[in-house]
Ligand binder design. Structure first.
Ligand SMILES: [Zn+2]
Length: 235
C-alpha cells in the first residue's frame, strides 16, 4: 500500500500540472486553476477516508470541513440567502462534516472497502460538480475532473504497490485488485455505493447550471426554427 506522502505528492504534482495546463493552454482564470489544483491534491487522500484513523483521514476531514462551506457559499448566495444565514449554514456544514460525518466514517467504513472503487471516484467527482456554485457549466466539469484525477491517482498507486518485483519475478500481493474495482465483497456497501451514485448523478443532472445549459440550448434551437424561412413561403 502506497503511503500518505506518496499519495499526496503524486496528486499534488498532478494538480499543479492540471491547473498549469488549464491556465497556459486554455486561458482558464488563475483562481479557478488554483482551486482545481488544490482539489486534485487533496483528493489523493480521499479513498483512505475509510482507514480507521491516521493522517489521511484526519487531514481530509479537516480540509473538507473548511473548504466545503466556502464552496457552498456561492451556491447559497444564488439561492438568495442573506449573508448572516450563509455564515450560519457554513458553520452547520462545518460541524456536520467535522463531527457527524467523521463519526459515521469511523463506524461504518471498512479499509479497502468501496471507498477504493470506480463508483466512489465518480461519486467524489459528482459531489465536486454539485459543490461548485458557479453558473458556468465548464467550471463544474473542471472541478469534478480535478477531484477524479486526484482520486484515481490514489487507486492506481495502491494497485502499483500491490505488485512485488522482488527476486526478479512479478508477484501479486493479496491487496491486488482491491483498489480499482467496481464491486466489493460486502453486498450492503455495494448497494449503498451504487444508490449514492444514482442520487449524485440525478442531482448533477438536475443542477441549475445543467438545467440552464439545457434551456439555453432549447431556446437557441427554437430561435433557429423561428428564423428559418418557411418552405411554403420560399416556393
Ligand atoms: Zn488507499
Amino acid at each position: 500500500m502506497a503511503g500518505f506522502k506518496t499519495h499526496i505528492t503524486t496528486s499534488t504534482a498532478l494538480g499543479i500540472g492540471y491547473g498549469a495546463t488549464a491556465l497556459t493552454c486554455y486561458d482558464v482564470p488563475l483562481p479557478a486553476c488554483i482551486l482545481a489544483a488544490g482539489l486534485c491534491g487533496v483528493s489523493g487522500m480521499l479513498p483512505d477516508l475509510d482507514s480507521a484513523s491516521g493522517v489521511p483521514k484526519r487531514e481530509s476531514i479537516a480540509f473538507a470541513a473548511a473548504v466545503v462551506p466556502l464552496l457552498l457559499a456561492e451556491r447559497f448566495k444564488r439561492m438568495g440567502m442573506e449573508s448572516e444565514y450563509i455564515v450560519l449554514a457554513g458553520g452547520a456544514v462545518y460541524l456536520f462534516i467535522r463531527f457527524v460525518l467523521a463519526k459515521m466514517l469511523t463506524h461504518f467504513s471498512v479499509h479497502r472497502g468501496m471507498f477504493h472503487s470506480f463508483p466512489a471516484c465518480l461519486i467524489a467527482g459528482e459531489i465536486a460538480f454539485l459543490l461548485c456554485g458557479h453558473e458556468n457549466l465548464w467550471e463544474h466539469y473542471f472541478n469534478a475532473a480535478a477531484v477524479m484525477i486526484g482520486f484515481m491517482s490514489h487507486l492506481v498507486l495502491d494497485e502499483i504497490w500491490a505488485l512485488d518485483f522482488s527476486g526478479g519475478h512479478l508477484r501479486f500481493k493479496s491487496s491486488w485488485g482491491t483498489a480499482m474495482k467496481f464491486w466489493g465483497e460486502c453486498l450492503g456497501s455495494n448497494l449503498l455505493t451504487y444508490a449514492l451514485l444514482a442520487v449524485t448523478t440525478l442531482a448533477s443532472l438536475g443542477d441549475p447550471a445543467m438545467m440552464h445549459k439545457a434551456s439555453a440550448a432549447g431556446t437557441a434551437a427554437d430561435q433557429q426554427v423561428a428564423t428559418q424561412p418557411d418552405d411554403s413561403q420560399r416556393q
